[in-house]
Design a protein around this ligand. Structure first.
Ligand SMILES: Cc1cc2nc3c(=O)[nH]c(=O)nc-3n(C[C@H](O)[C@H](O)[C@H](O)COP(=O)(O)OP(=O)(O)OC[C@H]3O[C@@H](n4cnc5c(N)ncnc54)[C@H](O)[C@@H]3O)c2cc1C
Length: 373
């Protein structure tokens, strides 16, 4: 059997790519090791449609986030996928933090983010009375999406365009036979293996993307594809629905990834807290919420939510993202690389597709489509 394009992974990225490239192309297979789609990183995101404030100007993260935000909003409107443009408030709780807020606003403007408003503390409390703030940046183009429905939309769209989905099938190896033809070996749940030939490979395997790239013979350390696992604990806040309706971030350090603790409403009006993520030992997948982090989460959140009580928060779930930088290194950009220059024409590797990957998924899909055109 010879396949045109093989997409590895049915997460939001592989599926958005399948939906996009199948508009022009046929003979596309999506191979997924799980029994269904969207069950790994994509099922554990904060479901935030980011505006693109934080990422370095001209980075792929900034460009694809801003473009992805526009594309998602348009899609959700036309296909009635739930997306609430609730907006985000980035709060400064002391005067010393205000210059950082202003620097963020400048970066956001440079990134092409619309709907930015610098607010005084009292204007901020008019929007969200629960907040303690001396100043804030209100970003009206951020929101919350039903990521499950988005993923289902991509599956349906790709299916309409004759994409084939193969579940419970894990890619074991990819070996170049000749330029533009690759032998792929897969394994089924019963241990049986099979090989097929494909002309193009799009590696959207999330946490395993670097291992698959290594299996193609690429030196993932030299290429900068090695992924480190970054764990986020979520805590549910037992407050009445809609006590707070916007996304809230404390103003972060400009050069340090993430922020102390985020407040994330969901589409049902419930709130979650997500304290700063932590690195896991090498490739460890630990989905247990760390109870030891509850106090740190509470103390950080209290700085801007003074009415929060410790008994209001409960451990909820964990998500793990692939980071390209090691602890202490500066922030890295997404890797979306067509590998002709490494002797693998027709192969596209995607590595480090952490947040804002969900927001950027449609823009990433377009970018990949242009790379392989
Ligand atoms: C805690 C957390 C919060 C986040 N919050 C946000 C947010 O609010 N907003 C935002 O924009 N982004 C957010 N993100 C980022 C976003 O969720 C990810 O960028 C996106 O979901 C990545 O999707 P993916 O398709 O690359 O990976 P996945 O969803 O993991 O999909 C990869 C798929 O590949 C499959 N696979 C792996 N290896 C193989 C193999 N050998 N053979 C076959 N199949 C294989 C896996 O089973 C999996 O289904 C968050 C992520 C996390 C973890």
């Amino acid at each position: 059997m010879e396949i045109g394009t093989t997409i590895i992974g049915a997460g939001v990225i592989g599926l958005a790519i399948a939906a996009e490239i199948s508009k022009q192309d046929r003979n596309i297979y999506v191979i997924e090791s799980n029994a269904s789609f969207g069950n790994e990183i994509s099922s554990r995101s904060g479901e935030v449609v980011h505006a693109g404030v934080y990422y370095p100007t001209d980075s792929l993260k900034a460009r694809l986030c801003v473009e992805g935000n526009h594309r998602l909003r348009k899609l959700c409107e036309s296909r009635q996928i739930p997306l609430r443009l609730c907006g985000k408030i980035i709060v400064a709780t002391s005067e010393e933090e205000v210059p950082r807020l202003e620097a963020l606003a400048r970066r956001a403007r440079d990134n092409g983010v619309n709907g930015l408003d610098l607010l005084s503390g009292s204007a901020c409390r008019k929007l969200e009375p629960q907040l303690n703030a001396v100043a804030a940046l209100h970003v009206t183009t951020a929101g919350i999406i039903d990521s499950r429905q988005l993923i289902r939309h991509f599956v349906a769209q790709a299916g309409m365009n004759a994409v084939s989905f193969v579940y419970q099938t894990r890619i074991l190896s990819v070996v170049k036979r000749e330029p533009g033809r690759y032998v792929v070996q897969v394994v089924y749940p019963d241990g049986e293996t099979e090989k097929f030939v494909t002309q193009r490979i799009i590696n959207a395997a999330g946490l395993d993307a670097d291992q698959i790239a290594a299996g193609m013979g690429l030196d993932i350390d030299r290429q900068g594809y090695r992924q480190y696992f970054w764990k986020s604990d979520y805590y549910a806040v037992q407050w009445p629905k809609d006590t707070l309706t916007r996304l809230i971030d404390p103003v972060p350090e400009l050069h340090v990834p993430g922020c102390d603790v985020r407040t994330l409403p969901d589409l049902n009006g419930r709130l979650k807290l997500r304290p700063r993520s932590t690195y896991m030992p090498e490739r460890e997948l630990n989905y247990t919420v760390d109870p030891m982090r509850l106090d740190a989460c509470f103390n950080a959140a209290r700085r801007y939510l003074p009415n929060l009580r410790r008994e209001d928060i409960r451990p909820e779930m964990v998500g793990i993202q692939p980071k390209l930088q090691r602890p202490g290194d500066s922030e890295r950009d997404f890797v979306i690389q067509e590998e002709s220059e490494n002797g693998l024409p027709g192969v596209v590797n995607l590595a480090g597709i952490e947040s804002p990957g969900l927001t950027a998924c449609m823009a990433i899909a377009k970018y990949v489509s242009n790379l392989i055109a």
